[in-house]
Design a protein around this ligand. Structure first.
Ligand SMILES: Cc1ncc(COP(=O)(O)O)c(C=O)c1O
Length: 380
């Protein structure tokens, strides 16, 4: 059979590669972004209770009403944005499904989608599968600011969508008010939709304010805003996310969602609805991870690793140019095999720009894991 791949350049993701290597060689795994500690046991109890009480069949396609209501209430309380839980909030199987569905819902063959590299690895494949063309704009090391002039120049009549991510994986930068103003000017008067990946919205440091696109009505009116409960409640394996979008966008989004997964896991949605409605988990998350960031930075202080500023997410980029001139992938592999610490090279998130001498480390780990990893890093 002659099989023509729709994604010929896609292989196994770097996260799978590095996590497997870490486990094969017994390295400390600071590569893939997941906590090595448990979530709140009350959340597990709540899921179990809902299972025992028989909430084990298909959830409504758009999500359990209580969870959609709690999500809408959170957007109103945090960002002053009014979303109708019935027609503007959809629960998905993680942020990944939400991103895929949003792109599939609006991108037609030949449409252009502006993405910023380094970028999360699912964006460009989602565009490719829909027959769109990713227009990749580089965020440049070391400040990784959005070059808005380049964005303005890249917009054409075929531009269908701009994809944003703040707080940003892997650079740990955040977008500010001036970015929102630039973006507003660029999309004004166009038919460009925005996908704003805000899965790390509750992990933002140094008292910065999360500039959700939901805060800015002209942007909110054309945006799919993506959230993920995995990041917020330390349960990445549960794969529950959500999308907030105006009714017309949501209607198209749901046409795709209902044939991709139909609906997300029922008992977990009920448990998350309880936690969210009670305001549990997320208000203290930034302080929780800021302490871990500071612990990690304190532990490697004085070493040859040079930290870039991490303003959000649970990632820290470290510049290794004082240690070696190796390419980031080569060094990441050697660091894992010879020094027992796994990380992610940013080249895995890049399409055009040359990879700078930095590796991404995940600090969503127990203090003792960070201490053990840092002691190995300090030896280099
Ligand atoms: C920037 C970004 N977007 C989306 C996702 C996917 O979220 P989920 O695990 O809920 O599918 C991740 C997960 O690492 C991410 O880092």
């Amino acid at each position: 059979m002659n099989l023509r791949s729709k994604l010929p350049s896609v292989g196994t993701t770097i996260f799978t590669v590095m996590s497997k290597l870490a486990s094969d060689v017994g390295a400390i795994n600071l590569s893939q972004g997941f906590p090595d500690f448990e979530c709140d046991p009350a959340l597990v109890d709540a899921v179990a209770r809902h299972m025992r009480e028989g909430r084990n069949q298909y959830a409504p396609m758009q999500g359990v009403p209580a969870l959609r209501q709690a999500i809408a209430a959170k957007y109103a309380a945090l960002y002053g944005a009014v979303y109708d839980p019935d027609s503007e909030i959809t629960v998905t199987s993680g942020g990944t499904e939400a991103i895929f569905d949003a792109v599939a819902a609006v991108v037609h063959p030949g449409d252009e989608v502006i993405v910023f590299e380094p970028c999360y690895d699912s964006y460009v494949p989602a565009i490719d599968v829909s027959g769109g063309r990713a227009v990749v704009i580089s965020l440049r090391y070391p400040d990784y600011a959005v070059p808005w002039d380049e964005v303005r120049a890249a917009v054409t009549p075929r531009t269908r969508m701009i994809m944003l991510n703040s707080p940003h994986n892997p650079t740990a930068t955040i977008l500010g008010r001036s970015d929102m103003a630039e973006l507003t000017r660029i999309v004004d008067g166009t038919d460009i939709a925005i996908l704003s990946d805000e899965v790390y919205e509750h992990i933002i440091f140094d008292l910065a304010r999360h500039e959700s696109l939901a805060r800015y009505e002209p942007l909110r009116a054309r945006s799919f805003i993506v959230g993920s409960f995995g990041k917020t409640f330390h349960v990445t394996g549960w794969k529950i996310g959500c999308v907030a979008a105006p009714a017309a966008l949501t209607a198209e989004f749901r046409k795709v969602h209902q044939f991709v997964t139909f609906s997300a896991n029922t008992p977990i949605q009920h448990a998350l609805a309880e936690f969210l409605a009670q305001g549990r988990g997320y208000p203290e998350l930034s302080a929780f991870y800021e302490r871990k960031r500071d612990l990690f930075l304190g532990l490697i202080a004085g070493s040859r690793w040079k930290p870039l500023r991490s303003r959000g997410t649970y990632f820290q980029l470290l510049d290794y140019s004082a240690i070696t001139g190796e390419a980031d992938m080569d060094f990441a592999l050697r660091l894992t095999k010879e020094h027992g610490v796994a990380s992610i090279p940013t080249s895995a998130f890049l399409y055009n720009a040359p990879a700078p001498p930095v590796l991404r480390f995940c600090f969503a780990k127990k203090d003792e894991t960070l201490e053990a990893a840092a002691s190995r890093l300090r030896d280099l």
